[in-house]
Design a binder for this molecule. Sequence first.
Ligand code: IYR
Length: 229
Amino acid sequence: MESLTAIKINGYTHVPYVSPRYDKDEMLERSQAFYQWMDSRRSVREFSSEPVTKEVIENIIKTASTAPSGAHKQPWTFCAISNQELKKKIRIAAEKEEVETYTNRMSDRWRNDLAPLATDANKPFIEEAPWIIVACKRVYEHEEAVKHNNYYVNESIGIASGMLIAAIHNAGLVTLTHTPSPMNFLTKMLDRPSNERAFLLLPVGYPKQPSYVPDLERKPLEEVSVFYE
Ligand code: IYR
């Protein structure tokens, strides 16, 4: 077979891409196996302090950064923190916001909705997990002192964060999407530039043993999909 070569479109190089192809049975089996694997993921709120190698965290971040993004701007920075002192400072600041949130910012309905998850303003996992990753979105880029907004920034960082969570699960580790609000204290503490905003805080590590999660069900396919055939 003739091997394909690069072509030019609008003066830009496009290279041949061959996507993997599976026969029908293998496709069905892979889709089923991946669903079951992803369905075994749970958000975990209690972490062991057992260390995780930096290289694993690097691979997880590289995976997240394969996400599609608006105009391929990749408008994200993943801050990975293992420094114990910094984690402690972040925990204290996050808990301060959370106390305010749980006592004054949340409606009764919101508090009731969270009751099955057993969350509260205490966030020991920020200090106890070996790593925390703060996913930051980059709202704009500077080019010669001019600000250029990035595109679909929330969609892009949301997709990348989903892929980060999948990569964490794939490594046999657990995480939690923590959203201390407001989060500007994080951008300051991490000394991030003015074009970056913290989006999610994710502790990464092993669950504390024994580990418990709420007895939740996921919505069945019929409730989360409509097919138009
Ligand atoms: N940000 C708080 C509160 C919280 C809100 C929702 I919606 C959750 O699903 C879980 C928690 C916290 O992280 O505790």
